[in-house]
Design a protein around this ligand. Structure first.
Ligand code: 2IP
Ligand code: CA
Ligand code: CA
Length: 396
């Protein structure tokens, strides 16, 4: 199964190359934005968009994983449909064809007959990615393939991807907006229990070379299966991000000890978060950032204690990958409202972890896969507990 995790990482890197290539062709890129309507649309946004990159990346991931692991293609689910409408109003089913030339021809229909750009994208699509990652090669886990299913969010934070702010400055390592908030999320879960097993978060835009203006990205992976817990952050290289020190996880102070502006615990939230939650969390170090995947990544990297969302505006494809990585680090992702309810009922024995195999009863379209009770992503269970005890005193 180490080959499986490697295949996910390779697919995420190829996807990041596609995301960067589409962005490089700025004038073309603006033509490649299509508004989502009806069932496809996230109700959070007045208008919701997808780009060619969203659609193509999802197809490439399905194609590459399905080819290496036959039978699995029917269990790879994603946010997007593979239909894209070009500016002439023609509907085109985007897919990876048998040859590079055929893929280029298909893409040129979406790309206003720009064969140069179509060929460039087709080359990336058909080019095998190779990565040297010794830690990844060492991963050993015997997991039957027919127990697995996959959630893909080909581009998370499409809005930031379209806007494309390239010169944002981070605060304590956290970007409130900009291309850094874009992520590619591939998560694997168990078909019958619904629990996440492995995940990859790829961040295609991390630093930009000032001379060539080319972007470099980074990726994170994790696997949590039975007694195996392994994560790329445990094998840091020079480019990777800092991990929180152990004492950050040994913070056993009660919330009474917390003062406004306390710097030990921290949270990242959406700017659209509920005002009462914002006020309650203002006693911690509080950050705002775009992108559900990116905010989860801030928790994975230990930049914040939690990413908290009280609304129902994320989906299974937003959470499966980060959730698996957080589990591999001893943390997790829980249903926010169910967590509050259990606290109020005095039922603190088991945390209501998000699961990935069950649609929402009675819902239709994308809402079938919404995380209806919101979420909290955390690395340290004690931090989750302290923050939930603060929130439980708030009238929501
Ligand atoms: C979005 C994206 C948004 C997020 C929203 C997700 O996914 O991550 O940024 O809102 O919840 O569904 P916010 O940034 O306020 O957290 P996508 O970009 O894939 O539609
Ligand atoms: Ca998303
Ligand atoms: Ca998306």
């Amino acid at each position: 199964m180490s080959e499986f995790l490697s295949a996910l990482v390779y697919a995420s890197e190829k996807s990041a190359n596609i995301a960067r290539a589409c962005k490089q062709e700025e004038t073309l890129f603006q033509l490649l934005v299509q508004e989502k309507k009806g069932n496809e649309k996230n109700k959070k946004f007045v208008s919701d968009f997808k780009t060619l990159a969203d659609v193509l990346v999802q197809e490439v991931i399905k194609h590459d994983i399905g080819k290496k692991f036959p039978g699995l293609e029917d269990y790879i689910f994603g946010e997007e449909s593979n239909q894209f409408t070009n500016s002439l109003g023609e509907k085109i089913k985007v897919k990876v064809c048998a040859t590079e030339r055929e893929t280029a021809e298909l893409l040129s229909k979406v790309l206003e007959d720009n064969m140069t750009a179509a060929k460039q994208l087709a080359r990336i699509v058909h080019h095998d990615v190779s990565i040297k990652d010794p830690a990844l090669e060492k991963v050993k886990a015997d997991i039957p393939q027919d127990t697995l299913a996959v959630w893909v969010d080909p581009i998370d934070s499409t809005f930031q991807y379209i806007k494309g702010y390239a010169d944002e400055k981070p605060k304590d390592g956290i970007y409130s907006k900009g291309l850094q908030c874009v992520t590619i999320l591939i998560g694997v879960y168990n078909r019958s229990s619904g629990l996440p097993i492995m995940g990859v978060i790829n961040q295609p835009f991390v630093t930009r070379d000032p001379d060539s203006l080319r972007w470099r990205g980074q990726y994170f992976w994790g696997l949590s299966y039975k007694d195996i817990n392994i994560c790329s952050l445990q094998n840091q290289d020079a480019n990777a991000t800092p991990q929180p020190t152990d004492d950050q996880c040994e913070d056993s102070r009660e919330d009474e000890d917390l003062q406004p502006g306390d710097h030990k615990l921290s949270a990242v939230i959406s700017t659209s978060e509920n005002e009462s939650i914002k006020t309650a969390l203002s006693m911690l170090r509080l950050y705002y950032a775009a992108g559900a995947g990116y905010k989860s990544l801030c928790a994975v990297q230990g930049f914040v204690s939690v990413y908290l969302l009280s609304e129902d505006t994320t989906f299974k494809w937003d959470c499966c990958a980060p959730h698996a990585i957080l589990r591999s680090l001893g943390g997790g992702m829980v249903d926010f409202r169910e967590c509050l309810k259990r606290r109020k009922d005095g039922n603190l024995d088991e945390l209501p972890e998000l699961i990935y195999n069950a649609p929402v009863n009675g819902a239709t379209g994308v809402d079938r896969w919404a995380n209806t009770g919101g979420l909290v992503a955390y690395r340290c269970p004690k931090h989750l507990d302290t923050i939930m005890s603060i929130i439980s005193k708030v009238n929501l």
